[in-house]
Design a protein around this ligand. Sequence first.
Ligand SMILES: Nc1ncnc2c1ncn2[C@@H]1O[C@H](COP(=O)(O)OP(=O)(O)OP(=O)(O)O)[C@@H](O)[C@H]1O
Length: 323
Amino acid sequence: MITVTNLRKTFHTPVVQEGRFSGVRTLFSRAYKEKEAVRDLSFEIESGEFVGYIGPNGAGKSTTIKMLTGILHPTSGEVLIHGLSPQKHRRRVVGKLGVVFGQRSQLWWDLPVKDSYEILTAMYRVEESTSRRRLDELNELLELKELMDMPVRKLSLGQRMRADLAAAMLHDPDILFLDEPTIGLDVVAKKNIRGFLQTLNQEFGKTILLTTHDMDDIEQLCKRVIVINHGQIGYDGSLDTLRDRIGLPTMMKITYRGDIQVPESWELPFRVVEQEAGVLTIACNRQELKAMDVLRVVSLWGDMDDVHMEEPEFEEVIHGVYK
Ligand SMILES: Nc1ncnc2c1ncn2[C@@H]1O[C@H](COP(=O)(O)OP(=O)(O)OP(=O)(O)O)[C@@H](O)[C@H]1O
């Protein structure tokens, strides 16, 4: 279980001095500006959950993950992983965590992939026979064989991500923190990575916190989302409730045979967006009104032929939280 209580991180960066010798003057200046990257975060994640951690650029996602993994020290507040602080009990906590930063590999750039795995096996003190068995299992899921002898710098982005995910799983952690693991990947590579993450969560019961800007990742993988903006939580709950809460309109396109007779005024809470060539487009909030109630009314306006409904795009829903 992961418990985060009133977590804060403020960065102090030197104010860049203007004019001649600005570099040297900045170095000796005592002027600092503060950036509250994470303001006051509290949440709990139960074992076996798959949680999406999303927010716009600069919201504080990476800073949070760095504090969860013990890389950064919080300014105040606390993180507990299975009751232990990643900062105070680094060695014990690290053994329970796997971390992947999509933008940066944790493998040795010039070494063949299998050499990186050997180093990590030794670092995490995994028995060699256990590590071999685990690599066999990971190979089944991630098709690593073709990569093993290649230096990391020669791997494609998709291959590199597979190699990095395997590296994060070598010591069999029960919690995974993933920061943009599908960034820059093509459709096929994304599908493979998502399949792997789903297997880890559903079959092996791993707890996963996933940061991504790809809303398809979230829709396909996460039941729960935490939305963060300006270092604070804007929403924490299920995806479905999020959609309902934002209440973006569902669009209904109704096709009629022949003329449409829209009355001058009516009392229902839906809006006619467009009317042209036998097609009526209506925006309605499905929390306030059932589709059948809308249809009952609009069927009186002509000879209805077909109805097409479009739910709001997930991306629009998320932007509704950021606003
Ligand atoms: N080491 C640092 N020193 C100073 N400011 C920092 C540092 N690291 C992050 N920040 C600032 O803290 C804020 C949060 O950054 P963070 O990287 O956590 O955002 P993010 O949500 O991960 O963004 P993105 O989606 O772009 O990766 C940003 O304004 C960033 O500029």
